[in-house]
Design a binder for this molecule. Structure first.
Ligand SMILES: *Cc1c(COP(=O)(O)O)cnc(C)c1O
Length: 225
């Protein structure tokens, strides 16, 4: 099957939900990205800053670039001028740097907080307590060049579907709790509208459990080498 066929099959599967397909284009060639664009996808996810910057300079300007991988503070400046959404905000220090770069550019940079939901050892992501303490901090309320649109999470890498479902459900619960308690925080800075969860192995499950954005790579392009 071609890239376009894989995409239309996945989109057909997702039709029952409100989840939007983000094509995860890391390691893929410019030609593969062009085929993706020609298939009507405008949302591309990358996890390496340098790769995103190089691809962005060669492709149509209406592509929306999503930073989905861990972002080092010293690299924010390279993507700040054009990035559409940063999914992987996992510290207040990083968020402050994104805000500082947004200020320099006179733009507001949309962000998601990456939550740690997997059982396995993983380096990145916030737990609920850390998230709540960022949201409640006076310093957070002073930020003016970021906007928090929601949460992102990655489930455990396992065949155990019940475990993955429980992890997605737990993230969804936090998301709904934040939505309903919105007024407790600075509402100008946050709107809980996006829940980024689901990858090639679990996007259908994620869509059933309330995902608004699935990040899919290998189910479109095949395994990464
Ligand atoms: C690579 C990656 C994906 C996509 O993974 P696939 O299994 O190829 O769909 C999704 N999210 C993040 C954060 C990634 O790094």
């Amino acid at each position: 099957m071609s890239i376009a066929q894989h995409i239309s099959e996945i989109q057909a599967q997702l039709k029952f939900s409100s989840a939007k397909l983000i094509a995860v284009t890391k390691t893929r060639s410019i030609d593969e990205l062009k085929a993706t664009y020609d298939a009507g996808i405008l949302d591309f996810g990358e996890n390496r800053v340098q790769e995103m910057v190089e691809k962005q300079s060669q492709l149509p300007t209406d592509i929306r670039w999503h930073q989905i991988g861990h972002l080092q503070t010293n690299k924010v400046k390279y993507i700040a001028p054009f990035v559409h959404l940063i999914h992987s905000v996992d510290s207040f220090r990083l968020l402050k740097e994104i805000d500082a770069q947004g200020k320099k550019l006179g733009r507001i940079i949309p962000c998601l907080f990456q939550m740690y939901i997997a059982q396995e050892e993983s380096k990145f992501g916030l737990d609920k307590g850390e998230l709540l303490s960022i949201l409640a901090s006076p310093e957070f309320a002073e930020l003016q060049h970021i906007k928090i649109l929601g949460l992102m999470g990655m489930a455990s890498f396992t065949d155990n579907e019940a475990q993955v479902a429980a992890e997605f459900q737990a993230l969804h619960d936090v998301f709904i709790e934040l939505q309903t308690q919105q007024t407790a925080y600075n509402t100008g800075l946050v709107t809980w509208q996006e829940l980024s969860m689901g990858m090639s192995g679990d996007y259908l499950l994620a869509a059933k459990l309330g995902s608004t954005m699935v990040r899919v790579g290998s189910a479109i392009y095949g395994a990464r080498s």
